[in-house]
Design a protein around this ligand. Structure first.
Ligand code: SF4
Length: 124
């Protein structure tokens, strides 16, 4: 597949804890398609808008997430802590390392998205 893979910043957190629990079968299939590619080194473009995963999400309506204000806050906080900008190209491996150092090891994970509806999976 030659599709340009795009991730919004907070998806580097969500995907770190991916355990097969998606919003829908279509979304789960999309993650299972994209995640192996990025873990195998596919380039990822940073965006602050619906990304390659949102594209299959039932919560995306007219190209806007129905939790837009909340997810934009998650994106802004991850981007600030990790020092990433829209349009930048990165890799899963680089962002996994950066998230580990700038968020996990600094105990900032819960402050970013502890109120997410999936928190009981990620924030154990
Ligand atoms: S809930 Fe919103 S941010 Fe999360 S995958 Fe769906 S559309 Fe994207």
């Amino acid at each position: 597949m030659n599709e340009e893979i795009k991730f919004r910043p907070h998806h580097f957190l969500c995907m770190r804890f991916w355990a097969g629990n998606g919003y829908s079968e279509k979304y789960t299939a999309r993650v299972e398609e994209i995640l192996p590619q990025v873990k195998n080194g596919a380039k990822i473009k940073i965006v602050f808008e619906p990304d390659s995963l949102c594209a299959a999400c039932p919560h995306l309506q007219n190209d806007i997430c129905d939790s837009q204000s909340r997810v934009l806050k998650f994106d802004a906080e991850v981007a600030k802590l990790c020092g990433i900008k829209a349009g930048q190209t990165t890799t899963w491996q680089q962002m996994h390392k950066t998230v580990s150092e700038k968020i996990m090891e600094q105990n900032k994970f819960s402050a970013i998205c502890g109120d997410c509806s999936w928190a009981e999976i990620c924030h154990k």
